[in-house]
Design a protein around this ligand. Sequence first.
Ligand SMILES: Cc1cc2nc3c(=O)[nH]c(=O)nc-3n(C[C@H](O)[C@H](O)[C@H](O)COP(=O)(O)OP(=O)(O)OC[C@H]3O[C@@H](n4cnc5c(N)ncnc54)[C@H](O)[C@@H]3O)c2cc1C
Length: 282
Amino acid sequence: MKPAPFAYAKAKSVEHAIELLARPDGEARLLAGGQSLMATLNMRLSAPKLLVDLNGVGALSGISVKDGQVIIGALTRHAEAERSADIARHAPLIARAMPHIGHVAIRNRGTLGGSIAFADPAAELPACLLALGGEVEIAGAKGKRVVKADDFFRGLFETALGPQDVLTAIRVPAATKDTRIGFAEFARRHGDYAMVGLAAGAKASGKNLADLRLAYFGVGATPVRARKAETALAEGRIDDAVKALASDLSPSDDVQATAATKTHLAGVLLRRIARQLMEARP
Ligand SMILES: Cc1cc2nc3c(=O)[nH]c(=O)nc-3n(C[C@H](O)[C@H](O)[C@H](O)COP(=O)(O)OP(=O)(O)OC[C@H]3O[C@@H](n4cnc5c(N)ncnc54)[C@H](O)[C@@H]3O)c2cc1C
């Protein structure tokens, strides 16, 4: 399939991108890695009149660690994050999730900002951002703002981003020696979107876990926190945590699995993650 005709403009800066997005018909889209956007254009699921290419905006790329936070520029490629020593050390959950995202060719082009902005409910990074209690930096026509991950994902492919907004970076708290993380997913083949996945973050607190956040993906319209399971697991009650998933999650049947199978798999993942969460950081 071929996309519907569109015009193309290369943004020179974030401000320039915001100007280019300002069309009365709202029919402009940002182009980052193109790994999701081009597929939706080719299948004519979307037919914007203008593509605004962010790839020339160097200021949007890069990884830094500052004031206890890891800041990842929106245009940072998955492959760069996967190879980054800073991500491995300071954001180990993201490092663990990265090899599960598609395949090498996709990770070479795809960007972290694109993945968060696209907000596929079966994607790994939105769930990691939620599990880490991260934040999203946004620049728009009215200035800059920061939105917490808890408030960012609003519905199926729907986020806090407006039509004239550019996601400029994501931030997550830098890991400390008390940080505990867990990541696991079921996919039919490695690199496929997950049928069900779980990203988790917590702090060690004696024999228990504090600030536990369990973010499931592939089980709803957005990444979903399993709040009752969090309470039970933080107290070491693993069987109760697995039972609580029946009320925490309400997946739908889809082409990959029935809702009942997904809930069952979510419990299997929770038991795996529980073991990972008890492991101290090397
Ligand atoms: C075969 C295949 C398999 C894949 N498997 C997986 C997988 O297993 N897991 C997974 O998570 N992903 C997977 N992906 C998707 C991949 O991770 C994409 O790279 C990612 O979802 C989108 O990033 P992108 O940079 O390519 O964004 P693009 O495709 O360029 O853009 C996606 C959307 O986000 C918007 N956007 C992009 N950047 C910004 C920004 N800075 N501010 C505001 N809006 C922005 C665009 O306008 C567009 O609507 C797969 C893709 C393919 C083709």
